[in-house]
Design a protein around this ligand. Sequence first.
Ligand code: ADP
Ligand code: MG
Length: 720
Amino acid sequence: MATLRHQALSMVQARQRVQVTPPSPKISDFFGVNVFGGDQMKQSLAPSVYKKIMEAIDKGTKIDTATAEEVASAVKTWALSKGVTHYTHWFQPLTGSTAEKHDSFFDAHAGLEKFKGSALVQQEPDASSFPNGGIRSTFEARGYTAWDPSSPIFIFEKTLCIPTIFVSFTGEALDYKTPLLKSMEAINEAALPICQLFDRNVRKVTASLGVEQEYFVIDKALFSARPDLVMAGRSVFGHNPARGQQLEDHYFGSIPTRVKNFMMDFEIEALKLGIPVATRHNEVAPGQFEVAPIYEEINKATDHNQLLMDVMDKVAEKHDLKVLFHEKPFAGVNGSGKHNNWSLITDTGVNLFQPSNSARENLQFLTFLVATVKAVYDHAGLLRASIASAGNDFRLGANEAPPAIISVFLGATLTEVLDELEKNGNIKIEKGDNMYMKLGISKIPEIILDNTDRNRTSPFAFTGNKFEFRAVGSHANVAGPMTVLNVIVAETLKQMTKDIEKEMNSGKEKKIAIVNVLRKYIKESKKVRFEGDGYSEEWEKEALKRGLANLKSTPEALDIYEKKEVQALFERHNVMNPLEVTARHEIMLEDFIKKVQIESRVMGDLALNHIIPTAITYQNKLIENANGLKGLGLDNSAAIETIKDVSRHIEAVKFNVTAMIDARRKLNKEEDIIKRAKGYQKEVKEAFFDKIRYAVDKLELLVDDELWPLIKYREMLFIR
Ligand code: ADP
Ligand code: MG
């Protein structure tokens, strides 16, 4: 009996639209009202305290107890005035979501609301339930959270949220934020000497990030009626709808009203939280959408992305919708990613990836561009590992998503510039020559602005004034990949500084020294540059020839964290020690195993408890029909053919589910976590998922629609 499905479908029919009215027609009237940001601080803190906080944010100086008390007191007053009763340290454990533990401001003993500086600065959450990759069990069984003043305090759902890092008592990072903050230091330190070759006034380089977030939206009732979506975030069964992505009318088409209201609503909440959401549109697949805020300093952008996902989740409930952040909720249609637009910006206001009218600045631009390309080439494996997850495995290389091969797209203009630079190795630059003219560097800007050619198939593309890392999964915490990107570019920039110095020490003029090093790096990293169709089979072959890795599964991709030189790289830049890297590796493997395990269980349960009984019911009906026909002396061969088909698929489902359960049982005894993860990949996922799905999806086509228990794709995907 398919009652749940039919009930859910009639609920959808009866849905009322939720009307949304912005608090004011002008966004500036409510932008950031729920944030204790710069303006709030300036208003409510003594000038000396404000200055100390700003210094702490800018230079990472320590905040003394007295300052913390002052801030805590001001924050409390502000929060209470807004009807807030509780506060929490808000942090990003390695589970991939955010965590909070709420405490009341009310002190029953004192009979009044209290908030001490010490409670602002540090807390000890019960950390035992967060993944730690063995760090805390080996060392101390406790961890603490510590205030990150560089990310503003905010109010979410009547709770004061204080962004914090989360570390063990022995100092190891147990979260995403800590390494990200350290990697910002690393990139600043490495980029400064290069910047100063061009401009001595530069004092700080900051990484910026703008995150384009893709997501699916479906009706809440339909979501609840799909146990696989509820348990695994992904539909493990479901035949493609007759009308799929091929029509391509969804992309940039008009947004369904229900969804538009939802978007307006969550954007208002996001704006109140100081999240600068700017664009919204339909995505490639039906039911898929995108939201993008304006870029910010990378730590803030990361916090804001995590918070935005929470906001969307909460607001969706009000609209009886469910947001799916999984990378591949529906097979056969586009998956969801999170495009990370990344650049480096100096305190003098120069975007180092912005070509300019000044030839000298263009040399600087090329220096950072080439360094980034070289970093991606040298550390492609690490970048690949940084985006590895069970969910993203389904997306990479399938239906309009970048492949698992890491390559860089620069566009025709820059390709030509780099090719020229490489070729002109022997150009003699005489005294009085315009080197920039001779090398063809002086004429970059207008050409780039002219043809912003866009290759959407590249995992790592230069897009005019920034790089766009597109292989990141929609569910991921971007701190992971952004930490890696910062570190590998820092590494290359450091090496570059040394190489330029070496040239200069051998008597070369500065500009010439830089150009010589660029040429060398361009040659060395050429193989990673690819301008063609990244979705094509030819590219897979070509990449293989070039020796570029194409690691399709998470456990293989993660192997790189075992390498001594990789662990040394993180340690050299003071971002993570080997123990932290190993711990992360273990947590990611654990996460992968859990996800595959859950999917496999959901598949088994659905198949045995829902699909097979339904198929048998239908099979019996067919048998009755066949007998009836025979009794009347009519031809029943068509009915018999269908009975055979149904029986064949039932057997396939049953056989494969049983064998899959056996495979899981065997693997669960495997002590070595790397072997267990690889086993789950090969012996569970690869061996059975597609086979079981194939048979179930065939049954969906055969069995009477009235009987089918699972909400169908066409019912879930086309929201009106
Ligand atoms: P697309 O065409 O890829 O959608 P957009 O111009 O809409 O590109 O920008 C996408 C994202 O890139 C936005 O979040 C935007 O703020 C961000 N972005 C723009 N410039 C930069 C920059 N210099 N550094 C980082 N992100 C940037
Ligand atoms: Mg983009």
